[in-house]
Write a protein that binds this ligand. Structure first.
Ligand code: SF4
Length: 448
């Protein structure tokens, strides 16, 4: 391990004008069309390498065995380089079938010609998949099946009505003081239940000309600059942490230069699917833009590997509060045991479980959706039994743009005169004295 190269060194610092002028093609990445400008992930070229006495990233046994089997020419230091992981994403049936025993439903779903979210999986995440069990939770999250071809009447391409609330391309302004900034449509690994499957991966699949990067961001940035009530910007996508450091920094600089923007948040799944992305250089850059929060999307406790743990700890050590976001998924995490393992595992990794989402009514996701009553039952079974810190808000994002709405089990059961009757987490009933407010002159004991 001594010869592992330090690859966390970023390209030389650029001025903003340098950054805007920084467009060049990326050799070896044909097919990643949203990278075509060279702005978003340009650093496959121009890397500055230096020898390091210490390994920079762990390689746990399962990924190590996978590397040896499927990429015998590659070295551990290459595997641990996030650009190598992006360059070697698994995107085709022909490669995937050398790694997994595919079912007829998986194979059929991967045949070209379907208008669906493309498949892409980083080699790292592929190493976590069970080659023989199609029902393994992680495999269900990223490998398509023909169940995606079943479209229910309630399902839509844009179930949350985001396009309707979009004052500029790539910007959603729904709540009064905050906006969602869709910085890229690219993800390292595509989740089969993605709410934005209408747009993520589409350019990549079409291999069309890119419209991403600073020029596409400009109208959205101008809108934020001209809208003083926007105090909080969530940078999402796609996955913004698939962008090169200097591209992300350009965005952060622009946002920090807007006086009324107080909070910046980043939504990402990178620590779970591409943990190598969380380099020391990235965290050093990010911590220049506090107050900065990161929401980490994770689906199952098996994602919380040694590699993911280091990625989370680097972010937390940079002073970035980490929140967890999880979609409730049938057959993936819809049991008390799976959710307990995930949420307690997140806490151990310094991620505060924040939201558990009812799965949105996205086209072709019916096979993932549980009932709301099932979700409420799960929350009820968690609360009181594990630390409150480990219990997220269970929310449904209302179709058509109604916004996130909390779903809470009923603990307040009834009123009995001046008492309220509560049921606790064990199902036992308790009284709390809570006098009814009475108008003056109507009996005694009124509360002013
Ligand atoms: S990481 Fe997020 S944006 Fe990307 S496919 Fe998964 S859910 Fe969608």
């Amino acid at each position: 391990m001594d010869e592992i190269l330090e690859l966390d060194v970023e390209p030389p610092a650029r001025t903003q004008s340098d950054t805007e002028a920084f467009h060049f093609p990326v050799p070896g990445l044909s097919g990643l069309s949203d990278l075509g400008s060279g702005f978003l992930t340009p650093a496959l070229t121009g890397l500055h390498r230096k020898k390091s006495a210490k390994p920079t990233f762990p390689l746990s046994p399962q990924p190590a065995a996978f590397l040896a089997k499927h990429y015998p020419q590659a070295k551990p230091h290459q595997w641990n380089e996030w650009r190598w992981q992006l360059k070697h994403r698994i995107t085709s049936l022909s490669v995937l079938e050398t790694m997994l025993d595919l079912t007829r439903e998986e194979r059929e779903a991967l045949r070209p010609g379907r208008d669906m979210l493309p498949m892409a999986v980083t080699p790292y995440y592929a190493s976590l998949l069970d080659p023989h069990d199609p029902m393994q939770p992680l495999r269900r999250c990223v490998i398509p099946t023909t169940a995606e071809h079943c479209i229910l009447p309630c399902e839509e391409g844009d179930p949350l009505g985001e396009e309707h609330d979009s004052p500029a391309p790539g910007l959603v302004h729904r709540y009064p003081d905050r906006v969602l900034f869709l910085a890229t449509d690219f993800c390292s690994t595509y989740c089969r239940y993605c709410t934005r499957s209408r747009r993520v991966g589409r350019q990549e699949a079409a291999q069309g000309p890119t419209a991403q990067g600073p020029r596409r961001w400009e109208p959205a940035l101008r809108y934020i600059e001209q809208t003083p009530r926007v105090q909080d910007v969530l940078i999402s996508g796609g996955d913004p942490l698939t962008m090169a450091d200097h591209a992300l920094e350009y965005l952060l600089q622009r946002m920090r230069a807007i006086p009324h923007v107080e909070i910046i948040r980043i939504g990402t799944k990178a620590p779970m699917v591409l943990p190598q992305r969380i380099t020391i250089g990235l965290t050093q850059m990010l911590k220049r833009y506090h107050p900065l929060f990161i929401s980490i999307h994770s689906a199952h406790a098996h994602e919380l590997t040694t590699e993911a743990a280091l990625a989370c700890s680097r972010l937390a050590d940079a002073g970035i509060p980490l929140g967890g976001q999880t979609v409730l998924l049938k057959g993936v995490n819809d049991s008390v045991a799976e959710l307990t393992a995930l949420f307690q595992g997140q806490l151990r990794n310094r991620i505060r479980p924040y939201y558990l989402y009812q799965c949105d009514q996205v086209r072709g996701t019916g096979h993932f959706r549980t009932s709301v009553s099932k979700g409420l039952g799960l929350i009820q079974d968690l609360r009181g039994h594990i630390s409150g810190y480990a219990v997220p808000h269970y929310v449904v994002d209302l179709p058509g743009g109604g916004g996130k709405t909390p779903l809470c089990p009923e603990y307040l059961r009834s009123r009995d005169g001046d008492d309220l009757i509560f049921k606790n987490y064990e199902g036992r009933l308790f009284r709390v004295h809570d006098p009814v407010v009475r108008a003056a002159g109507h009996g005694t004991g009124g509360v002013a």
